[in-house]
Design a protein. Sequence first.
Length: 264
Amino acid sequence: MSSNHQSIVLIGAGNVATHLGNALHEAGCTIKMIYSRTQESAKELAESIGCPYTTDITSIDNDADIYIVSLKDSVLDSILPEIVKCNSKALYVHTAGSVSIDIWKGLTDRYGVLYPMQTFSKQRKVDFNNVHFFIEANSKQDTDLLIRTASLLSEHVFEASSEQRKYLHISAVFACNFTNHMYAICEHLLTSQGLPFSAMLPLIDETAEKVHHLSPVSAQTGPAQRDDHNIMNSHLDMLEEEPRISELYRLISEDIHKFATKGK
């Protein structure tokens, strides 16, 4: 089978597996089967790709080139020893940002990591041309294979060690998960005053666009960056009945000011 038409079994049918499976299928790879413990999600993804599915781990197709495991980090230790029984000659990879490649050691001869650094929700289509992939494998041959496979989807494909990938993942938590939680707090405060969250969208968009052209520290504005205690104290007074949010405001404001004055 040619290198740009690998046969693949997807282990998992969640957000990452759904987007990755459909993208690889559209790129010409053969998705031979979907495995998931949940029949509904396995069936939904299999139908969108046009391949069989199973919820029985002992019935997974045993003739694929690559087995891509996209499951919760917490279940990998228990399920990987079963997955590698499918095909002793195949390449096995997981898609987790914070899990070391060493989780495969002693289980199989060929293994690696295929980490797409993006936020995935089933309701939102992802443009894989803009997704950065980070690759790791235990041999040069399989590193090259994963690079070729990921390159079917994106021009942004890089090698990264497990240690580097951990820092990518924690950075992504700050850039994505924590930022989105700030939006949730914003929506909560606005809703309490009968105001729409949509009023913030132009501000959110401009803030995100600025860091394409400026460093985050250079792009920072607001009372904490200016060290404007009058406004910050007024905001803290407004948050008196929201102690958790008030503490977040105080801590983040202090850190913004530290970054702004670093090196001065």
